[in-house]
Design a protein around this ligand. Structure first.
Ligand code: IPM
Ligand code: MG
Length: 357
C-alpha cells in the first residue's frame, strides 16, 4: 500500500527522535512491501523562526491532505517570552482543533522489560499497570469562551470557561467504550460533578451512551480521587475517560509512574480524516542535538499510526516486538538506564529497532 505521511519534527529533540521513527517506518515498508511517502511541514518554534507563526496555513493544508500526521515535539525556552497567542504550544492546540482531533488516546503500561524503572512500591507495581487515558482534546477550558485578562474593580483578573455540550461528550464517550470493548471492558469516567455543572452534564451523558455498550462496566470517579487512586492502585483502571484539562494532568501522572515517560506514545483521532501520532513527552531542550534522547516513544507512536491510522496491525506489531526485543537485549538510553545494561544514544537505539523489524 502507498501512504502519505506528513512529518512535523518541531523543536528541541523533535527532529532527532522523528528521524528514528521514520527509520522504523522505512524498515516496515521494506519488510511488508509498502510505500510510505514523507513530506515535512513546520510547527511550533521552528515555524515561528521561519514564518513568524506557530502554525502556518500550509502546514494545516499538508496535514489534512496526508493519510497520517507524525509529530515529534514543540516548544522551548527560546520562545517563552513570546505573547501567548503566538507561542509554539498554540501550534499544537491549533493543529488539533483544525484537524478536528477530539479523541486523544494515551496508553500507559509497565513493560516487564522496564519493571525496575517503575516509581511505585514493588507490591503495587506487581499488581500491574496497563491503562489508557481517553482524553477529550478539542473542547473544555482549553478552548472555552469567554476567556481573557482584564482589569475588574482595579484588580488584574484572568478568566477561562470550562464548557462542554452533550454532543462533544457523547462522541468521546463512544470512543472510550469502543476502546474498552477491545481491552478489558472497563471504563472509569473522571470528572468533578460534586462541584462543576460541566461535570454533571458529562456524567449524565456518559451514562446515556453507556446504554449502547452493555458489555462494558462503567464507573465514575472525581478527579482528585482518580489522581490518588492512580498512585495507590493503578491496576484497577482499564480505560479512563475524561475531559481535556483533567486528561492533560492525569495522563502525565499515569505515564510518569511507569518510570518511562520516554517510552509512551499517543494517538489523536477525529471523526474522519487523518489522525495525528506523537510521543507524550516534550521537546527536552536541555538535551537537544546531543544524541541522548530516547526515540522509543516516537517509534511506538509510529506503531499506533500503523494500527489506528493506517489499518496495518501486523506492521504495528512488528514495531512493538522490535522495541521489546531491543530492551530485552539490554539496550537503554540514559533516561531508562539501569546497572548492567548497555547505554546507547538516540540514533543507535533507532538503528537497533530498525534492524529487528
Ligand atoms: C500535552 C501538552 C499540551 C497540552 C501543551 C503543550 C499545550 O501538555 O499534549 O499534554 O496541554 O495539551
Ligand atoms: Mg500535557
Amino acid at each position: 500500500m502507498k501512504k502519505n505521511i506528513c512529518l512535523l519534527p518541531g523543536d528541541g529533540i523533535g527532529p532527532e527522535i522523528l528521524a528514528e521513527g521514520v527509520r522504523a517506518l522505512k524498515a516496515v515498508a521494506a519488510k511488508f512491501g509498502h510505500e510510505f511517502v514523507f513530506e515535512e511541514a513546520l510547527i511550533g518554534g521552528a515555524a515561528i523562526d521561519a514564518t513568524g507563526e506557530p502554525l502556518p496555513a500550509v502546514t494545516v493544508e499538508k496535514c489534512l491532505k496526508a493519510d497520517a500526521v507524525y509529530l515529534a515535539s514543540v516548544g522551548g525556552p527560546k520562545w517563552d517570552e513570546i505573547p501567548p497567542e503566538k507561542r509554539p504550544e498554540k501550534g499544537l492546540l491549533g493543529i488539533r482543533k483544525q484537524m478536528g482531533l477530539f479523541a486523544n488516546l494515551r496508553p500507559a503500561m509497565l513493560l516487564p522489560e522496564l519493571a525496575g524503572a517503575c516509581l511505585l512500591r514493588s507490591d503495587i507495581a506487581a499488581r500491574g499497570l496497563d491503562l489508557i487515558v481517553v482524553r477529550e482534546l478539542t473542547g473544555d477550558i482549553y478552548f472555552g469562551e469567554p476567556r481573557g485578562l482584564e482589569t475588574r474593580d482595579g484588580l488584574r483578573t484572568g478568566y477561562n470557561t470550562m464548557i462542554y455540550n452533550e454532543e462533544e461528550i457523547r462522541r468521546i464517550a463512544r470512543v472510550a467504550f469502543e476502546t474498552a470493548s477491545r481491552r478489558r471492558n472497563k471504563v472509569c469516567s473522571v470528572e468533578k460533578s460534586n462541584v462543576l455543572e460541566t461535570s454533571r452534564l458529562w456524567k449524565a451523558v456518559v451514562q446515556e451512551v453507556h446504554a449502547d455498550f452493555p458489555g462494558v462496566e462503567l464507573s465514575h470517579m472525581y478527579v482528585d480521587n482518580a489522581a490518588m487512586q492512580l498512585v495507590r492502585d493503578p491496576s484497577q483502571f482499564d480505560v479512563i475517560l475524561t475531559g481535556n484539562i483533567f486528561g492533560d494532568i492525569l495522563s502525565d501522572e499515569a505515564s510518569v509512574i511507569t518510570g518511562s515517560l520516554g517510552m509512551l506514545p499517543s494517538a489523536s483521532m477525529g471523526a474522519s480524516g487523518p489522525g495525528l501520532f506523537e510521543p507524550i513527552h516534550g521537546s527536552a531542550p536541555d538535551i537537544a542535538g546531543q544524541d541522548k534522547a530516547n526515540p522509543l516513544a516516537t517509534i511506538l507512536s509510529a506503531a499506533m499510526m500503523l494500527r489506528l491510522g493506517l489499518g496495518m496491525p501486523a506492521e504495528a506489531d512488528a514495531i512493538e516486538q522490535a522495541v521489546r526485543a531491543v530492551l530485552r537485549e539490554g539496550y537503554r538510553t540514559v533516561d531508562i538506564m539501569e546497572d548492567g545494561m548497555t547505554a546507547v544514544g538516540c540514533a543507535r537505539m533507532g538503528e537497533l529497532v530498525a534492524e529487528r523489524i
